[in-house]
Write a protein that binds this ligand. Structure first.
Ligand code: PLP
Length: 393
């Protein structure tokens, strides 16, 4: 028996446990202090009423012999896949129904898709990054090349045409930086992926936050259907982080080595996955109705308005940052040339505000800091007042 020794090479992530320890230690020393948490990566607003009604009706159906559902269709119920298809159509993307796969969220599919690819593929991943892309490839022992996202390129790196790549990860709007690619920039990535005969793994988990005229799907870009897979989720769109539902699009035009990736993914999913529960799929379908979308936008507006407040405050204080306009994340440069952890300590000590050190997301995150807009409007406003008091001149 040999274990998968690649697990030995995985870096232990102490990021969130260290933050929790430091916060607890500070609170113990300063019992009167009211800490404001701006590092939350989870939504805080509940599911909307329309979604709850559909969820409940789905549960009731499971309790009656006439309406009971056992195993569902392999790619998800047609009512939900049609709803996702209609949603994409609303921003101008025409998808084939068979290309849509319902999942229990983006994280599992982002990791599981690697079953389709040989270990020897060259992987290109931006740095800083959502750590799942890196860790899932390391678990399989793949060689990773990092792509520098930095202040100079606005944390939106473009392809280096001389670099080889087989699997390319992009996340837009990005976690942790909040930066979002334009159409022209994504067209460069699609052209590069096609030249390389690579597969572009596009994470659109934050597409619902896009407000400006920027792409919400890689399939808005011509030619993407021959080189890209898209992962999306209702986690941030509709507050499904604890309810679990997402969707992955694998176009039928995506072929490599004479094989259809869509057919391979179907084979993979039918072998290792038995679908999302019926009531959750009913709840998810309710998100895409007129009423459901209206209610979701109400919650999104709260986060978007928090993000704008953070971004405006940093602007006023002349602190360099990206994100916030089309994303719940704001990525700021640490004032006074501090390292990410020095700024974490300073902010906790002087403002009693908690955020996330950028160095926890990769080498290029050093000297940067992530703030999130998932708190309440009251806490966000108070945190920004404290920022002004401490970092204003
Ligand atoms: N992709 C990115 C970039 C994320 O930040 C997250 C969650 O934080 C996910 C995917 C996971 O989403 P889900 O809850 O659908 O698994």
């Amino acid at each position: 028996m040999k274990i998968n020794a690649h697990y030995r090479q995985l870096e232990e992530s102490y990021l969130f446990s260290t933050i929790a320890q430091k916060a607890a230690a500070y609170q113990q020393e300063h019992p009167q202090a009211r800490l404001i948490r701006m590092g939350i990566g989870d939504v805080t607003r509940p599911l909307s009423q329309h979604v709850i009604d559909a969820f409940r009706a789905g549960v009731e159906e499971q309790g009656k012999v006439e309406t009971f559902h056992g195993y569902g269709p392999e790619q998800g119920y047609p009512f939900l896949r049609e709803a996702v298809q209609g949603y994409y159509r609303s921003f101008g993307v025409e998808l084939e129904l068979d290309d849509i796969f319902i999942s229990d969220g983006a994280k599992s599919d982002v990791g599981n898709i690697l079953d389709l690819f040989d270990r020897d593929n060259l992987v290109l991943i931006p740095d800083p990054v959502y750590p799942v892309y890196r860790d899932t490839n390391q678990m399989a022992g793949r060689t990773i090349t990092y792509l520098n996202a930095n202040k100079e390129n606005g944390f939106l790196p473009l392809p280096d045409r001389t670099q080889r790549a087989d699997l390319i990860y992009l996340c837009s709007p990005n976690n942790p930086t909040g930066a979002a690619y334009s159409r022209e920039q994504l067209a460069e990535w699609v052209a590069y992926a096609r030249e390389q005969q690579a597969v572009l793994l596009f994470d659109a988990a934050y597409e619902a936050f896009v407000q400006e005229d920027l792409p919400r799907s890689i399939f808005e870009i011509e030619g993407a259907e021959t080189c890209a897979v898209e992962f999306c989720s209702l986690s941030k769109t509709a507050g499904f982080t604890g309810t679990r539902c997402g969707y992955t699009v694998v176009p039928s035009a995506l072929m490599r080595d004479g094989m259809s990736l869509r057919k391979m993914w179907l084979r993979r999913q039918t072998t290792k996955f038995n679908g999302v529960s019926y009531p959750v799929q009913r709840a998810a379908a309710a998100v895409f109705t007129e009423e459901g979308l209206r209610e979701c936008r109400r919650s999104l507006r709260v986060y978007q308005s928090n993000a704008r407040r953070i971004s405006d405050t940093l602007e006023e204080l002349d602190i360099w940052h990206v994100g916030g306009k089309n994303s719940p994340y704001i990525w700021m440069e640490c004032p006074g040339g501090r390292s990410s952890w020095e700024f974490f300590d300073d902010l906790l000590e002087r403002a009693q505000v908690l955020g996330t050190p950028g160095s926890g997301f990769g080498r290029n995150g050093e000297g940067f800091f992530r703030l999130t807009a998932f708190g309440t409007p009251e806490d966000t406003a108070e945190a920004m007042e404290r920022f002004r008091a401490v970092y204003g001149r």
